[in-house]
Design a protein around this ligand. Sequence first.
Ligand code: PLP
Length: 423
Amino acid sequence: MDNHSIRSAASELFPGGVNSPVRSFRSVGGEPLPIARGSGPHVFDAEGNRFIDYVGGFGPAILGHAHPAVTAAIAEAAADGLTFGALGPREVDLAAAIREATGLERLRFLNSGTEATMTAIRIARAATGRDLIVKFDGCYHGHSDGLLVRAGSGVATLGLSDSAGVPQAIAGLTAVLPYNDPAALLRWFEAHPSDTAAVIVESIPANIGLITPDPEFLEALQSVARAHGALLIADEIITGYRLHPGLSGLLPRADLVTLGKIIGGGLPIGAIGGPASLLSLLAPEGPVYQAGTFSANPAVMAAGLAALQQLTPAAYQRLEQVARHLENGLTTAIRRAEIPASVVRIGSMLTLFFTPEPPRDPAAARAADTAAFARFHRAMRQRGILIPPSQFETWFVSLAHNEPEIDATVRAAAEALREAVPA
Ligand SMILES: Cc1ncc(COP(=O)(O)O)c(C=O)c1O
């Protein structure tokens, strides 16, 4: 089937023609691009057109696509049978590797990041006997009811401050505070000293474009919550294993950590990690219920372990080098084109914002010229470069990206920027 027939069949089958909103390309004024396969730094559409890919499956594809060690591990696991609803050896291997790298004492595997954050909050409420949750404007933690309150990601793109179908009684238990604003956090706890179960935060906000956390804010997150008996949940679903082998290291005093994306090697996963005192609240040891038919699925565990085995300290040095090359190239192209745009990069994550200065917080990110971004996206795509189809997503560089791909990307960007913002 060609791209057009896939799109038209999908538009009859799926709401909006897709199974997850950002894939619709609506925010860049386009149509979904059906991707048939990927290899290394490239993806190929259904007509065989090749693109250098920076979507990276929205985070998991740190090794590039179809890494042979990962596909072989999946094939081997599949040959042993796909699902037993029982404890198995591969989950022990993956958990031991994660514990070794992160220091997280106990883990629970689930099927998505959404499940991980939803359950972390349930644990926090059970542990504290409190109901209120604090999250931050622009941070996305998946699509559970209580967390779809001024979230980022597709929600930011669609301009929804909230989702329909979430009862006010649930949304009303979530307070949304401005990001990078320690004073607002202090004020919240002064006003509600003993009602807050948890503060949940992305260790680095990456769902409103990429925002750099201020050190004072990171410090306040770790000290203020604890001082008032609330737990801190570090959402490392994007940042876990993205910057180092293990956690980002930005919130070392978090009580609970959520993981996902990279640790599944490209298959669906989520995980919660923390001390035995909190994780033992989960059933069957404790009173907090959580379960899953597919949890710790053997093929997922095998893919995750194979991926993590590739992620040596040297691999992260290489990622840093390649991503810095991309950042420098884009920054030079912006300067030469004399365009009000900026680049924010942390390790192998990057956003090119159509704002004159790198935004310090989500409110500033929202001021970006999204029409210029849409033109940029289209111009890049015409030149064989696929970046995430929204100003409010993060580009991911993988270990399969090498200098030739980066140079081709920068050359394309130099032209695409001029098309995005004509003189
Ligand atoms: C920081 C963060 N938390 C949670 C989630 C939800 O994960 P999932 O899409 O696997 O449910 C995402 C997904 O993009 C995310 O970026």
